[in-house]
Ligand binder design. Structure first.
Ligand code: HAM
Length: 417
């Protein structure tokens, strides 16, 4: 009887050799960029107490209402796979008292997040974010820095046509004032709105503006920017001034509200065409009440999350060639049993010297071994037959030029240099 075969869960991906180099490349670019901007890596658990996300992300968000992978562990604890990175980083910031440090905490992370969403191009159930979070500063300079870092990331990768949209969602009093104005606009059209919008209207009316189906109906909606108080307006003006000084182009989108509840003041998104119907590569904003909400002191924060699957999809669609593959330095072609042993020795020596090196393990004929060297894009093949072995030499062939030379076995490393 045939054994049962398993397939990967819906909405997940296997990253195979050939594709994984692209992942390593874009992750490496993120690390390098964060170093330039003086952000340091933080690694937090893949799962947290469910309550953290309910409180942090917000009870009325799509994520908490229906997209979390929640479970009970054997100790009857309510846990959830992290649907996003911010809440866990804030928890770690509070728990480890990073707020006690004299400088602003500038942190970044790269890793998987989990949301039970309907999979489509650019949307998965396990996906990966590159995110940053900066704590402890209200200075609009840091808002601009965060916005610019994400934009620079897209540029460094060679993406074109990435647009930055920004907005201010204000502080709590400004949002409360806006909420009333917006409800005044929405209520008369309630019956014409989709069921999601109708449900959201009373619980979280700002989220209605995010609806894909009803977008066109909100063209005349009041702008949140008209409800901002003086503090919020000044902050937003300053952010724009800093962005202007950097020469960073952006558009103001007063209907940009983001899908998570913790945002205050600056909210922004990176948009690009080319991932089917989805056009958001990443987004973020300021969250000045969140640290306190999660049991910490009154410390401000700001950050973003960029979806790495989306980055890769757009790179592919824009046919951007990444310098991702690393060729092999040398492939050993061996003929005969004595050569077989000698090659083990030579491989060990070369790998210790820092070369990437490979050999045949299948006892194949010379021609098949040469084909392997080709497939692995080896720079050199080192050919060892009985005759070479007897003379203590090896034939070294450049795969680029076809040129061949004979070198002493003990000088192989030197020759490759
Ligand atoms: P978010 O807008 O929910 O924000 O997610 C950020 C990015 O993650 C999205 O723009 C998208 O590229 C990617 N993403 C989200 N869901 C999926 C999915 N199902 N499949 C593939 N990619 C996805 C946050 O998560 C906030 N924590 C960002 C932030 C950090 N705000 C402040 N600091």
């Amino acid at each position: 009887m045939a054994k049962e075969r398993f397939e990967k869960p819906t909405g997940t991906q296997d990253v195979l050799p050939g594709a994984v180099e692209k992942w390593q490349y874009i992750e490496g670019k993120a690390r390098e960029l964060c170093h330039r901007f003086n952000y340091r890596e933080i690694r937090t658990p893949m799962f947290e107490h469910t309550g953290l996300f309910e409180r942090g992300v917000g009870e009325t968000t799509d994520i908490v209402e229906g997209e979390m992978y929640t479970f009970k562990d054997k100790g009857d604890r309510d846990l959830a796979l992290r649907p996003e990175g911010t809440a866990g980083v804030v928890r770690a910031y509070v728990q480890n008292k990073l707020y006690g440090e004299p400088d602003v905490s500038k942190l970044y992370y790269i890793g998987p997040m989990f949301r039970y969403e309907r999979p489509q191009a650019g949307r998965y159930r396990q996906f990966h974010q590159f995110g940053i979070e900066a704590f402890g500063a209200v200075d609009p300079a840091i808002d601009a820095e965060v916005v610019s870092l994400g934009y620079q990331y897209c540029k460094d990768l060679g993406l074109s046509g990435v647009r930055v949209e920004i907005n201010s969602v204000g502080n709590a009093p400004s949002r409360a004032a806006y909420r009333e104005k917006l409800l005044g606009f929405l209520r008369p059209m309630k019956d014409t709105l989709c069921s999601d919008c109708q449900r959201r209207m009373e619980r979280n009316p700002l989220r209605v503006l995010d609806c894909k189906k009803d977008q066109d109906k909100f063209v005349e909606a009041p702008s949140i920017l008209d409800s901002l108080d003086e503090e919020c307006t000044t902050h937003f003006e300053k952010v724009k001034e800093h962005l202007g000084a950097m020469g960073l182009e952006y558009t103001i989108n007063p209907r940009l509200v983001r899908g998570l509840d913790y945002y205050t003041h600056t909210a922004f998104e990176y948009k690009a065409a080319g991932i089917g119907s989805i056009d958001t590569v990443g987004g973020g904003g300021r969250y000045n009440g969140l640290v306190e909400e999660i049991g910490g002191p009154d410390q401000p924060g700001i950050g973003f999350g960029i979806g790495l699957e989306r980055i890769l999809l757009i790179l592919e669609n824009q046919q951007v060639e990444l310098e991702a593959t690393k060729p092999l330095d040398v492939y050993f072609v061996g003929l005969g049993e004595a050569a077989d042993i000698e090659i083990s020795k030579q491989l060990f020596v070369l790998r210790n010297l820092g070369f990437s090196a490979e050999r045949d393990y299948l006892g194949r004929k010379m021609k098949a071994q040469m084909k392997s060297a080709d497939r692995m894009s080896a720079r050199y093949t080192a050919i060892l037959g009985e005759e070479e072995l007897n003379n203590g030499v090896i034939a070294l062939k450049s795969m680029a030029t076809g040129e061949q030379q004979t070198v002493k076995l003990e000088e192989l490393g030197q020759a490759l240099l």
